[in-house]
Design a binder for this molecule. Structure first.
Ligand code: AMP
Ligand code: MG
Length: 681
């Protein structure tokens, strides 16, 4: 994310300060230039407006920082506007705040907002002589109001003031209230070109950000006004920052309260140590219960990135995306032909042609008079006087007129503005993995950058003294490590960054060292083997030592217990060692779990009911998966259910899933076949 121009503004909520540069007035600074003094808000608003217009016209990207809160503590926006969207609260203030150089109604508005809220407060302090109903003069007189005292960011910014306090040294409540209407007007004026951080993806030429100059500016040099020094230092600070460092600072999620740029946001909360804890007992946990537990206890562990659309195929959306403009933006022709004001009545018609034409990207500037027609091409904007298009194949051009025959309905062969998407509509939801089609959808509605999740780093570790790496020489008592290439490829197919952690020997200290290293490089660790409760089951034993260990005894075949735990804050999924069981458990459990950790949607594979060409009996009360493939419209089962038969995985086209309750399957019974593609492979 790069900006060409950095402008920092130190705001003021008070009255006109007079012509001589004074402190506690408004100061603004463009990085590299002298700080500027503004005696009142109206002058500063006009200056910013002119500056932004010039920068946008010159094709530059501008970051504008303001030193007041862009949002209020959680819940306040909803209580005023009925919506959590802080930008709706901006509009509310713009509507209700009256601002003049000598006086404004901010204290009355604070009282009025208090009256709308239960309890006494939350706003307090009155800078006026007269009493204002519902606005206590002292913070300590407040009680029973339902909002937090501070925004989350203020708990991480020591010494910051809250926006409830309307007067007194250092108070920012008035600045916020007198600033948001100005920002709202600028935002309305530069609608397409302006985004507000962190509420919107900053993919337009102008970004408004909230700043706190105290973070960057030391004491002012002798003889310089503190506010002037602070805006200059803050502008220089951001202008001098490498683009990727700035992008990291902007990688913040706070959709309602906003955030102060530069205050580090605590990382996405790491998983709780007890996230895998399941009620223990003698019983075997049904597959669906185990999945529901994961769904409820796992959460995204990766932050967000703002990226160009072209770099986003396969990435997971971190936030809902709204259409920046409608698609199509204007009514236009769906075919090559002639446009006119419909409908066309029944029978033979002759419409005189007007001079000129409307083509895609080269619209006709004039209006088409009633009863006339205009040459128009596919995708061309419909000019005034045209709402209907007749196909050129249905027309004979007859000198200066066209001959055709009706009837033709009004609106025929025309596309209405916004018939596909309307500006402001949510077009794609957070958690979606962007497809090629999604990139087209987003591009069409004006979106050029989106907030996506950082790629989940998935570590794959094999365990066992008996394992040799593929292709290496192996002793007769060794087998080749089949799981690691398989699971690496699976994680790769799911769109994650794969970290091949190699193979750990059956040595507890070695496994510990390898887990320590893995936790530094991965967001999740998938192991295979060593996950039961035997002597050489070191993964289980080590996880047990963290206090986070859970051995999931799942009522499922294949699959021995799954070992779950958290190592140094990083979740570990311990799969069985047998390759078939490892694969089935990966598809059934790791797939939705990883999707959740990556910020994606919970996934459930789509199966299809197909007649079986085999018979089978199974134990009631457990889920079974066997390898199958489709032959002549029926599903055929692999010859052996042995969990070590790797070749059967290659033979198969997917898994056949048998319900927990099923006991006997006869030839011709419908069974659920889940192709490997449905598991995302
Ligand atoms: P374990 O869970 O470690 O007792 O392993 C169960 C079975 O899976 C044993 O027969 C192991 O040899 C086999 N196994 C474990 N890891 C792998 C692997 N990476 N590739 C192939 N077979 C494995
Ligand atoms: Mg082993």
């Amino acid at each position: 994310m790069t900006f060409d121009t950095f402008v920092m503004v130190d705001w003021s909520g008070g009255a006109d300060k007079g012509p001589r540069p004074a402190s506690d007035a408004i100061w603004a600074c463009v990085a590299g230039q002298e700080p500027q003094y503004f005696r009142n808000r109206a002058l500063c608003e006009a200056w910013i407006g002119d500056l932004l217009a010039a920068e946008v016209a010159a094709g530059r990207r501008v970051m504008v920082g303001f030193d007041f809160a862009f949002g209020y503590p959680a819940g306040f926006a909803r209580s005023v506007t009925g919506s959590d969207d802080p930008l709706k609260l901006w509009a509310w203030f713009e509507k209700h705040i009256e601002d003049g150089p000598k006086a404004n109604n901010r204290f009355d508005i604070a009282g009025r907002l208090n009256a709308m809220t239960s309890g006494v407060g939350p706003f307090w302090a009155n800078g006026l002589g007269r009493d204002i109903p519902d606005l206590p003069r002292k913070g300590t007189s407040r009680m029973g109001n339902p909002f937090p005292e501070k925004r989350r960011v203020e708990n991480h910014a020591e010494g910051s003031f809250t926006c409830w306090q309307m007067a007194g040294v250092g108070a920012v409540g008035s600045q916020t209230m007198m600033g948001l209407p100005v920002l709202h007007r600028l935002r309305t004026r530069f609608a397409d070109d302006l985004r507000v951080w962190p509420f919107e993806a900053c993919d337009a030429p102008i970004a408004f950000v909230e700043i706190w100059p105290t973070l960057y500016a030391g004491p002012a040099p002798e003889g310089m006004i503190k506010d002037a020094h602070q805006v200059a230092a803050t502008a220089a600070h951001f202008a001098g920052m490498p683009a990727d460092a700035l992008a990291t600072l902007m990688d913040v999620v706070s959709p309602e309260e906003g955030w102060i740029l530069g205050v580090e946001q605590p990382k996405a909360p790491v998983l709780r140590n007890d996230c895998f804890a399941m009620p223990q007992g003698a019983h075997w946990t049904p597959v669906d219960e185990a999945l529901a537990h994961m769904k409820a206890h796992l959460q995204p562990v990766v932050g967000t990135r703002d990226k160009r659309l072209a770099a986003c195929a396969g990435r997971i959306l971190a936030r809902d995306v709204t259409a920046i403009r409608s698609h199509p933006p204007t009514p236009n022709a769906a075919v090559d032909g002639y446009g006119f004001a419909g409908p066309l009545p029944d029978g033979a018609q002759r419409l005189p042609l007007v001079d000129g034409r409307s083509a895609a990207g080269a619209p006709y500037g004039g209006a088409v008079p009633a009863g006339h027609a205009l040459r128009i091409l596919t995708g061309a904007a419909l000019p005034a006087g045209v709402d209907t298009v007749i196909l050129q194949e249905d027309v004979t051009v007859d000198g200066p007129a066209i001959a055709c025959s009706g009837p033709l309905k009004i609106g025929a062969n025309a596309r209405a503005a916004g018939e596909d998407m309307i500006a402001g509509d949510t077009v794609l939801a957070a958690g979606r993995r962007l497809t090629a089609a999604d990139l087209a959808t987003l591009a069409a509605c004006g979106v050029g950058r989106v907030a996506v999740r950082r790629k989940l780093r998935v570590g794959i570790l094999s365990t066992g003294d008996e394992l040799a790496a593929a292709g290496a020489s192996a002793r007769a008592d060794q087998i080749y490590d089949a799981n690691r290439p398989m699971l690496c490829a699976v994680a790769q197919a799911w769109g994650y960054r794969v970290v091949d952690l190699g193979c750990a020997p059956d040595d507890r200290e070695q496994v510990r060292i390898m887990l320590d290293d893995a936790a530094k490089r991965c967001d999740v660790i998938i192991t295979s083997g060593g996950a039961s409760a035997g002597d050489e089951d070191h993964i289980s034993a080590l996880l047990d030592g963290t206090g986070s260990f859970a051995l999931w005894r799942i009522a499922m075949k294949p699959g021995r217990p799954l070992a779950m735990g958290v190592w140094d804050g990083v979740p570990v999924l311990g799969l069985p060692g047998n390759p078939v069981a490892a694969m089935v458990c990966a598809l059934v459990f790791a797939r939705p779990a990883l999707s959740r950790l990556a910020g994606g949607q919970w996934t459930a594979p789509q199966g299809y009911m197909v007649p079986a060409n085999f018979t089978k009996s199974k134990k009631a009360g457990r889920r079974e998966y066997i390898r199958g493939r489709i032959e002549d419209g029926q599903v055929v089962a692999f010859g052996s259910e042995g969990s070590g038969r790797v070749s059967g995985l290659s033979w198969a086209g997917g898994l056949v899933a048998f319900d927990d309750a099923a006991q006997t399957i006869n030839k011709g019974d419908l069974v659920a076949f889940i192709p490997f593609e449905s598991f995302g492979l």
